[in-house]
Each structure stands twice: as C-alpha cells, then as structure tokens.
Design a protein around this ligand. Structure first.
Ligand code: ADP
Length: 270
C-alpha cells in the first residue's frame, strides 16, 4: 500500500509457518508529525524575542545600583528569559531526534575516548561543585556512534546526577562489554528515585519532584532527548534505583550501525 505506514508483529506458529499482524499507523504518524512540526515552529519563533529580552534585561540591570530593588527584578526577568530560551533549545532538539530528521553521523571510537570526553565536559561544568567523578572503563574495542549526539546524552545524565544525586558526593561513570554490545553507566549516591516513577522518567516533562526540577533550571526534557538519541543508535536506556542509595542510568549500544538506514524505527513503509 503506497504511502501508508505499518508496524508488524510476527509470531511463529506451532507446526511451522508464522502469523503477522499489521497495524496501520498512517493517521497516527500524520498527527504526530503535525504536533512535532508545530512545536518546532513555535520554539523557533520564540528564540529571537527571547534573545532580545535577555540582552536588554542584562543591559538594563547595569543601569541600576547594586542595592536598588529594581536590579533584582530585572535579574529575575533575565533568568526567566534564559530558562525559556533553554526550553526552546531542548524542544527543538527533541523534535529533531524524535522525528529522525537529525541524521546521525556514525564513526567508530573507543568507549574510553567517549568517557574521557564526558569527563572533560563534566570538569568544565561542575568544577568546584565538590563532587568526585570516578571513571571506570573496561569495555574493549570500538563502538560506532554519533559523537556529538552521545556527548549530549552523557551531559544530560551527568547533569542530573549532580542536580539530583549530588548530595552523595560522588558519581561513577563507566563502560563495560555485555556480550557483543557496550554498556555505559552513570551512578550517583543521592536520594534515588521511588520505584513507581522509574518507568515514566523518560517521558517528556515527567518529573518526580516538579518544584525541585524547576528550581534547578531543568526543562523536563533531558531524559526524553537522551532516550531518542540512544534509540537512534539502535540502543536502549534504563534507570534503576534503590531509594536512599542513589540511581543508576545506563544505556547499551550495538557496536556496529547498519549502513543506509534511514531514521531508525521499527516501522515499515509498504
Ligand atoms: P529535568 O531534570 O529537567 O527535570 P529530566 O528529563 O532530565 O528533566 O529528568 C526528569 C526527572 O527525573 C527529574 O525531574 C528528576 O525528578 C528525575 N531524575 C533524573 N535523574 C535523577 C537522578 N540521578 N536522581 C534522582 N532523580 C532523577
């Protein structure tokens, strides 16, 4: 059927043969695409005015004396405009990775190189936060990844480990071989996550503690973005936690990417 999108579920039948069930996703896909395009357009349009608000608020703040209450108000305007700008950035990134429009450029690297880069980024952003990062790489060989995209995954997970698990004082970042795939993990020793939330953490805007997340400057999209990037590599991401003993976020990647694959998904166009 030209122009229609299906998902297929297949199951072997006893005594040979197989049964396939096709679900027509054409309409759902169309609605999803409209939603994504709308969000991407709005986010894009908001960027210019937000940049302008931030810029003028910054200039205006300098016009007031340090002890003038108006300076604090202008500073609040600037901070909030900056927060909204971050939100538009994350919304655009999510729309791109969700739709598969962001083409992944896969190159072979060693897991050790990825961890070293993530560690360097961590030191740049969280130096002086009093949190010790230990890196442990036992994975061998190479893995094919889009380096920029993966940098974002590590950064989102490490930022969260600092924001929500930083009270534990240390974070472990590591990799190891799991059969023919490579597993990466970020472990913190903070308060952890109640088990009833674990399954939903990767949904956009899902937060365990809304007030805390907003206060820490989060957009609620970090884990959703990480999930889609990992999926675009044909991998899987998960969260585990024992309350009061911290949280572990891990993702597993295949070593090799199939060439000439369009946006990766389990859908088939017929
Ligand atoms: P944000 O941090 O912007 O709220 P995320 O998608 O990155 O959005 O995370 C979603 C939620 O998952 C967070 O609001 C927080 O409640 C929870 N979370 C993420 N990482 C951790 C962690 N290491 N420890 C405890 N809770 C976490």
């Amino acid at each position: 059927l030209p122009g229609r999108t299906f998902t297929a579920t297949t199951a072997p039948m006893p005594g040979g043969g197989a049964v396939a069930v096709l679900h027509d996703l054409t309409e759902t896909e169309r609605v999803e695409k409209t939603r994504r395009d709308f969000i991407a357009n709005v986010s894009h349009e908001l960027r210019t005015p937000l940049t302008s608000i931030q810029g003028y608020a910054e200039t205006l703040s300098e016009a007031f004396r340090e002890d003038d209450p108006a300076r604090e108000f202008v500073e609040i305007i600037r901070r909030n405009a900056q927060r909204m700008y971050r939100l538009t950035e994350d919304l655009l990134t999510l729309a791109r990775v969700e739709s598969g429009e962001q083409r992944m450029e896969f190159h072979a690297v060693t897991p050790g190189e990825l961890l070293a880069e993530a560690e360097l980024n961590f030191q740049d952003h969280h130096r002086g936060a009093g949190i010790e990062l230990s890196v442990m790489n036992t994975a061998q060989g190479e893995v094919e990844v889009d380096r920029d995209a993966l940098r974002q995954v590590f950064s989102n997970l490490l930022d969260n480990a600092v924001k929500y698990g930083g009270t534990g004082g240390k974070i472990l970042l590591g990799s190891r071989d799991v059969e023919d795939r490579v597993l990466f993990y970020i472990r913190d020793f903070g308060p952890g996550i109640p088990s009833e939330h674990l399954a939903r953490l990767f949904e956009r805007f899902y937060r365990v503690d809304k007030a805390r997340s907003v206060q820490s400057g989060g957009t609620g999209l970090g884990l959703a973005i990480a999930k889609h990037i990992v999926r675009a590599h044909g991998g899987e991401i998960r969260a585990e936690s024992e309350l009061n003993h911290g949280a572990v976020f891990s993702f597993i990647l295949p070593r090799k990417q199939l060439l000439f694959m369009p946006a990766r998904s389990n859908k088939t166009s017929a």
